[in-house]
Design a protein around this ligand. Structure first.
Ligand SMILES: [Mg+2]
Length: 123
């Protein structure tokens, strides 16, 4: 059940949210990469083939998490977990339509995130 060597891409525009996620993974040995925009997430996916999971904020300026997920899935089949506040109805369906494999609701719970991460990294 080792998490050594796994790289997770976190697409998150808000610093506080990213810091929280980073703190949740602090005791793990995952390598955490951050994208502040959807476009940057795409660039990092191309530049880092070792990324084995994406944690995708849905609400980002410019390219949304839905659009970024669609574009990532055209490139390769890396699992994407959406993080969303589900403020509007229909967001869950839109998540899956965009190709997300799962979602986690904000505010993010530590145990939920760790559990989902392990599941998608097959640990
Ligand atoms: Mg956001």
């Amino acid at each position: 059940m080792s998490d050594t060597g796994k790289t997770i891409l976190v697409a998150e525009d808000e610093d506080m949210n990213f810091m929280l996620i980073k703190e949740i993974f602090r005791k793990s040995s995952y390598t955490i990469l951050r994208a502040e925009t959807g476009f940057e997430a795409l660039r990092l996916i191309d530049a880092h083939p070792e990324i084995s999971l994406v944690l995708m904020d849905i609400k980002m300026p410019g390219m949304t998490g839905y659009e970024a997920t669609r574009a990532i899935k055209l490139k390769r089949n890396v699992p994407v977990i959406a993080q969303t506040a589900f403020a509007m109805s229909g967001e869950e369906a839109e998540c899956y339509a965009a190709g997300c494999d799962a979602y986690i609701t904000k505010p993010i719970r530590v145990d939920s995130l760790l559990e989902l991460t392990k599941k998608f990294l097959n640990q």
